[in-house]
Design a protein around this ligand. Structure first.
Ligand code: HEM
Length: 154
């Protein structure tokens, strides 16, 4: 008899133990999300894409993103949204925005991570989700280099 196949419950527990060992808890997720979106909003190219959609609802967005990351990183089970249709509706988002998003996320992790291992832990998950969002949004997951907008501004 083999015990190699993990049950869903065992898998959930393993994720929680792994996160715990890296010092990842709700307090850290809160710092990560607040710091990251502070950088996003201040970024001249990425900020407007978010602000245009989120407007005055940043509190709601930040709470939702804390639930999302707690669920992704600690299996907290507090997020049950549907990111793909939300992102498909962002007409201004371009593939190269994802380069900036991932660079700011990495920078935030380097500055705040509770243990060095937390950086790849979050980056692997962010990159995987970014890739699937891009596939849904653009049909390709290749990341273009940031480039100046070619459209004429009004
Ligand atoms: C350039 C890249 C991205 C842009 C411009 C972007 C923008 C946005 C915006 C404007 C919203 C709010 C949508 C709404 O309320 O209708 C949102 C929601 C969200 N984003 Fe992103 N996003 C990006 C990348 C990512 C990545 C890489 C992840 C995950 C790793 C992510 C996860 C989420 C989630 C979970 C939500 C909440 C969806 C819900 O309402 O349940 N986003 N994003």
């Amino acid at each position: 008899m083999s015990n190699e196949v993990q049950t869903a419950d065992e898998r959930r527990k393993a994720i929680q133990v792994g996160a715990d060992e890296l010092g990842i808890d709700d307090a850290y997720i809160s710092t990560l999300v607040d710091t990251f979106y502070g950088k996003v909003r201040a970024h001249p190219l990425l900020g407007p894409v978010f602000d245009e959609k989120i407007g005055d609802n940043w509190d709601v967005h930040l709470t939702r993103m804390k639930d999302f990351w707690a669920s992704v990183a600690m299996n907290a089970g507090r997020y049950s949204g549907k990111p793909v249709p939300k992102h498909k509706a962002l007409s201004r988002a371009q593939p190269w925005h994802f380069n900036i998003w991932l660079a700011l996320f990495h920078e935030t992790l380097e500055e705040t991570a509770p243990a060095p291992g937390a950086v790849p832990y979050f980056m692997e998950r962010a990159e995987r989700i970014a890739e699937s969002l891009q596939l849904a949004m653009f049909g390709v997951a290749g990341l273009g280099a940031p480039k100046p907008q070619t459209e004429k501004s009004p």
